[in-house]
Design a protein around this ligand. Structure first.
Ligand code: CP3
Length: 322
């Protein structure tokens, strides 16, 4: 996640010359940024350089990435009339630049046997950016809208689910070998609301994607400890686990034959001493044996002050146990 981000000097150099949106919308630049971490590190997969918010642009949402502040939406949704107006252009028209970048990157990586991950934001997390004035991660405005504007909420979720499913399928058709759905802020919900207001749309996306491609689909959320049994029940191929729970404890909440991904704390990767970091990586590698299948990863996105050497070291430790 955001692996090509600001922790790499070669990324910062490129971004000094191009805005975030320009980098995403220029397939040659997006290709170069996607390949940067793969040149530097012995990684097992790449993730396409894009952002979960870019497909919203074609719906009629004006977004930008403000230096030092993160993403900004200039026309957030205020009413059900705003939801009616959201357009659903086909992915080729909306995000053709990312599909072109996926074709270019997979052309480079496939001969080397390195898979490329395509991704999308999930409807709930996208709604957090579309509706939230306060805080995407705790989502007070989203919950108010969800509870008070039930019909409009359903329309919004259905539109987003359609956008997301079509986008994921188009990425697989362009060369992505796995797909990841980012539901970064879903942990704001209690299990009951997750089940009623969110889960049906996650099932609809999976059903759509599975009927049209064979690519495995990862569901990733954070703060999801209380939701894990419900997430397992959605039927996704891989479930992301954040660092707030040990994999050993997660194995008591999930069927152990579900492949899991995670779960080193990104702030450990950024800040721990080499010896402490090594011990914690080995903890994850030991605890993962509670599951049949495990993909080593961070529990959330890499942070900008992460020393690149820590990444190299963690990969050495993980690969030494392959
Ligand atoms: O590693 C990669 O480059 C993969 C591409 C990728 C980006 N964003 C590029 C990016 C991916 C997979 C994402 C996902 C994303 N974007 C999520 C879901 C995953 C997660 O981390 O929770 C979310 C919630 C977003 C929305 C978003 N975009 C935020 C919150 C921010 C600001 C981040 C910050 O810490 O300030 C972004 C900007 C962003 N997206 C950057 C990158 C490389 C940093 C842009 C920069 O300043 O150069």
């Amino acid at each position: 996640m955001r692996q090509a981000g600001r922790f790499l000097p070669e990324y910062r150099e490129l971004r000094a010359k191009h805005s975030m949106l320009e980098a995403i919308r220029t397939p040659e630049l997006a290709t170069e940024i996607t390949l940067q971490p793969l040149r530097r590190f012995d990684l097992d997969a790449g993730i396409i350089f894009a952002d979960i918010l870019t497909p919203l642009i074609g719906m009629g949402i004006n977004i930008d990435f403000v230096q030092g502040e993160g993403p900004k939406i200039f026309n957030p949704i205020k009413s059900s009339a705003d939801i009616q107006k959201l357009r659903l252009p086909p992915p080729e028209e909306n995000v053709g630049y990312t599909l072109a970048a996926i074709k270019m990157v997979s052309g480079e990586l496939t001969p080397k046997g390195i898979p490329l991950i395509g991704f999308s934001g999930a409807p709930f997390t996208l709604s957090c950016y579309l509706l939230e004035e306060e805080s995407p991660s705790t989502a007070p405005d989203v919950k108010r809208f969800m509870l008070q504007e039930r019909a409009a909420w359903e329309t919004l979720q259905q539109k987003l689910a359609r956008l997301v499913a079509d986008y994921l399928v188009a990425q697989a058709e362009s060369g992505a070998s796995a797909l990841q759905l980012f539901d970064s802020w879903v942990g704001a919900l209690a299990p009951a609301e997750f089940e009623v207001f969110v889960a049906p749309h996650l099932r609809a996306i999976l059903q759509q994607v599975k009927s049209r491609t064979e690519a495995p689909v990862v569901y990733f959320g954070t703060g999801t400890n209380g939701l894990l049994p419900l997430i397992a029940d959605l039927g996704y191929d891989v479930v992301g686990i954040d660092w707030r729970i040990s994999l050993a404890d997660a194995a008591r909440l999930l069927p152990t034959d579900i492949p899991v991904q995670g779960n080193l704390d990104p702030l450990l990767l950024a800040n721990a001493s080499p010896a402490y970091l090594e011990g914690r990586v080995r903890d994850v590698l030991r605890e993962r044996t509670a599951f049949k299948h495990h993909v080593f990863n961070l529990g959330h996105g890499i942070v900008p002050h992460t020393p690149p050497d820590n990444v190299t070291r963690v990969l050495e430790i993980v690969h030494s146990e392959r």
